[in-house]
Write a protein that binds this ligand. Sequence first.
Ligand code: ADP
Ligand code: MG
Length: 388
Amino acid sequence: MNKKLPLNPGEMLGMMGGGQLGRMFAIEAAYMGYHVTVLEPGEMPPAAEVSLKHIAEPYLSESGLDRLARESSAVSTEFENVPAQALNRLAKETFVAPPGNAVAVAQDRNAEKHFIETSAHVPVAPHCQISSEQDIEAADESLFPAILKTARLGYDGKGQVLVDDREQLREAFTTLNKVDCILEKRLKLFKEVSVIVARSYNGQTATFPVCENRHRNGILAVTVMPARISETISDQARQYATQIVDALNYVGVLCVEFFVLEDGTLVANEMAPRPHNSGHATIDACWSNQFEQQLRCMTGQPLADTTQHSAAVMLNLLGDIWFDGENHREPDWSSVLAIPGVKLHLYGKAQARKARKMGHVTCLGKTIQEALQRAQDVAKVLGLPEPQ
Ligand code: ADP
Ligand code: MG
């Protein structure tokens, strides 16, 4: 049965998914005296180690979902490909944030771009849907050079092909097995930034300072917070992110990725209906963090203050740094921890694999310069490219 909001400390909170985002959520929940149950098929997932209960069943198993709903006073999700029908099923018995329909919009790049542009009135890259040979012939010439992306299930740059002209588009559509796609004009990016925004069930919103993101091989590598862009552009990005959650009637934490073009124009690229890798620096650099906001949203508590108290540079730690060629080697943690302002976060994954997200380091400073210098020192120890 749905309990009355707000839910007080002591209540059990359910999480769909048991990865690092669920783990950081559970740690936050423990600080505030809430308990967590994780639904995740894998054995001993990162979140289970720090949660009271772990339901080891598939995300779509009816018995697993029913148990999660029965035992939790509210449920949230830590991964975006949780089927909307699973969230809707949970919502019959318990409070679910974010709502299934908002998650469904974020799962399809065509629906997402359409929603952002026409319902939230936020600019997006010129694009068109590609679902058939006819769509290819009808695509506007002005979209080239372009990127073809699968509409669903793409992440970390997967399911994307650069296409210079219509001929390459035909080939790329075949390469992607003719699944539903979106064709986007390739824009010249000055910077990539993101905004973490929270919206409570009674419509209160709060954004964290803008994050500036660098990717390597399609995976987030470095985040600088606050982003090194003008205050006008930062304010605009935070405003756009707020328009999106308001238009969605969203409850929970959402990340919006933006492109900053060379003339300062902001273009929304995509959104994730959950806390996001680019927001991890909020844990150490702000008065509250994205996981605390997620908890406050799902429990119907007031939102937290998002003020940033320290400049921060976050380095993602992928499994690659556990390898010297093909040989395993433990990174030199003592040398990392000897650097001032360093906060180490490891996700408790037993096996390091190349490209697997194993943890992150947040380097704090009084200024971005100081945080960046420390991040460069960390990068040197770990054999990572120096962040700029
Ligand atoms: P993913 O879900 O894999 O993160 P994105 O849509 O964010 O997919 O694309 C991955 C990266 O590709 C972006 O971070 C950006 O660097 C680049 N990219 C995506 N779309 C465009 C575009 N329209 N123009 C230029 N670069 C783009
Ligand atoms: Mg992206």
